[in-house]
Design a protein around this ligand. Structure first.
Ligand code: 0WD
Length: 255
């Protein structure tokens, strides 16, 4: 068991298709103890039974756009855990209007929302988590997409947000490294989830990856979860600040 006894906080389960749900299941299988958050009341009905099925030690609300929600999570975790070994941030959001047409459609407010929920939240969470992660060889993992590096139809403001998220991974790795904490991201290939359904040209992207990726298939939530186990276990003890692709190799193809 790769994660025996590790205490893992997972943010970003919306339903059973969520990447974070596959990660939670694999972490549980590998012996981790879990705390799971849901984005707000509307999500509780779906997320609570999933979390209970993995014997989560804490099941807490957390809208990452609200500082007090984030603070409350760590206050509550402090009551049940003496520290945190793993944080998985699998959260992103942009208004649907920002995810069609081209980037010139982006509004000031829509841009700010995408950056706040998809980027700043990772920084805010790790700031609050720092005291509980210090000195335990802890790890933090976020989820990004190649649209932060290359242009994909409809990805627009979210592509800009993922570029900022990837830069944040590097700055956070440097900030938390002296504590022994590692910070990494998985850049996942496209997967049909609730979040993906908001991206205008998603089917086109899926078809393209299936025909062009070296593995000639799309990846699954399980592919991502297995790499997450590696990045959050002591097997990756020397790895920090990395953007690790789990995309069937698609990103290496030039033409
Ligand atoms: O193709 C894909 N599905 C890829 C997803 C490819 C590469 C990366 N990713 C990323 C996403 O950008 C995201 O960062 O993986 C992460 C997880 O996404 P997912 O598993 O594909 O999608 P989903 O199951 O919808 O989980 C994302 C969840 C939200 O769902 P919705 O769809 O309702 O926005 O992020 C959560 C919420 O549960 N979320 C929030 N959590 C707390 N506070 C908030 C918020 N304000 N907003 C969204």
């Amino acid at each position: 068991m790769m994660l025996q006894g590790k205490k893992a906080l997972i943010l970003g389960i919306a339903n059973e298709k969520s990447i974070a749900w596959a990660i939670a299941r694999h972490f549980h299988e590998q012996g981790a103890e879990l705390a799971i958050t849901y984005a707000g009341e509307a999500f509780e009905k779906r997320v609570r039974p999933l979390a209970e099925s993995l014997n989560a030690k804490a099941i807490l609300p957390c809208n990452v756009a609200i500082d007090n929600n984030i603070k409350a999570v760590f206050y509550e975790l402090g009551k049940v855990w003496d520290g945190i070994d793993i944080i998985v941030h699998s959260v992103a959001f942009a208004n649907k209007d920002e995810l069609k047409g081209n980037i010139l459609n982006t509004t000031r407010n829509g841009f700010a929302i995408a950056m706040d929920i998809s980027v700043y939240s990772f920084i805010a969470i790790l700031k609050e988590a720092q005291p509980m992660m210090q000195g335990r060889n802890a790890t933090a993992l976020t989820m990004t997409y190649h649209g932060g590096v290359k242009v994909f139809p409809g990805y627009n403001a979210m592509g800009v947000a993922k570029a900022a998220l990837e830069a944040s991974v590097r700055y956070l790795a440097e900030a938390l490294g002296p504590d022994g904490t590692r910070v990494n991201a998985i850049s996942a290939g496209p997967i049909r989830t609730l979040a993906a359904s908001a991206v205008g040209s998603f089917s086109q992207i899926l078809n393209r990856v299936e025909s062009r990726a070296p593995l000639r298939r799309n990846i699954t939530q399980e592919d991502v979860a297995r790499s997450a186990v590696y990045l959050c276990s002591d097997l990756s003890s020397g790895v920090s600040g990395e953007i690790h692709y789990v995309d069937g190799g698609y990103n290496i193809i030039g033409i």
